[in-house]
Design a protein around this ligand. Structure first.
Ligand code: PEP
Length: 250
């Protein structure tokens, strides 16, 4: 039985004040969420504050990205060990915004996945197709390519240490959600591709859906057999909405 995970990706949003009040709200409501895991991924600069506020709670936290390197002359980068220093459990890798605005390739993302694992962090690997790719009928090809880059570098067993987030690019921050059936179809494809190499890894692998998930559509999405929670952008910035999704996962 896979325990659902609901992870908030705050992206580049917030202030010290809003971080404090958002976490206060989440902590107040999260006590009823016993059957799902909850995590937040703040901007790097707020991670020490988040650690202070969430230590001892049931909410985990993580980074939104990391360097492939362990230390050295890489201005602006953050190493996995630094995320470890501040209690991170998770780190997002390969978010479509990084793939698009920072031209991160499948191979670079695979190296980030490896760097996270090597430091004992659980990478949340984001994969997903653009609207053009969906319309061209190559969704499965695209997600297979993104997934295979990690399997080729690290082996299929490495996936057991992480989480996959299927995030159709056309659904991120657009208000357009994949229908539960559309999402389930791709999730089942991802799981079957992993199962071709290892059925035990496939059985335990959590595959989250991301793309305009809200309290109103979360239960139906997470109710699908291969959808094991959500990676939440916009709706993770309001305690009430985020908790609504956590409750649906619960
Ligand atoms: C995301 O960026 O990972 C995401 C799913 O964003 P949103 O929920 O805002 O679509």
């Amino acid at each position: 039985m896979r325990r659902p995970l609901v992870a908030g990706n705050w992206k580049m949003n917030g202030s010290l004040e809003s971080v404090r009040s958002l976490l206060e709200g989440i902590k107040q409501g999260v006590g009823d969420v016993k059957n799902a895991e909850v995590a937040v991924c703040p901007p790097f600069i707020y991670i020490p504050e988040v650690e202070q506020l969430l230590s001892g709670s049931d909410v985990a936290w993580g980074g939104q990205d990391l360097s492939t390197e362990s230390s050295g002359a890489y201005t602006g980068e953050v190493a996995a060990s630094m995320l470890n220093d501040f209690g991170c459990k998770y780190v997002i890798v390969g978010h479509s915004e990084r793939r698009t605005y920072h031209t991160e390739s499948d191979q670079l993302v695979a190296k980030k996945f490896a760097a996270a694992r090597a430091a004992g962090l659980a990478p949340i690997l984001c994969i997903g197709e653009t609207l053009e790719e969906r319309e061209a009928g190559i969704t499965n090809q695209v997600v297979a390519r993104q997934l295979d880059a990690v399997i080729e570098l690290e082996g299929v067993d490495a996936l057991a240490d992480g989480v996959i987030a299927y995030e159709p690019v056309w659904a991120i921050g657009t208000g357009k959600t994949a229908t539960p059936d559309q999402a389930q179809e791709v999730h089942a494809f991802i799981r079957s591709r992993v199962a071709d190499k290892s059925s035990s890894v496939a059985d335990q692998l959590r595959i989250l859906y991301g793309g305009s998930m809200k309290p109103g559509n979360a239960a139906e999405l997470i109710g699908k057999p291969d959808i094991d929670g959500g990676l939440i952008g916009g709706a993770s910035l309001k305690a009430e909405d985020f908790l609504g999704i956590c409750t649906a996962a619960n």
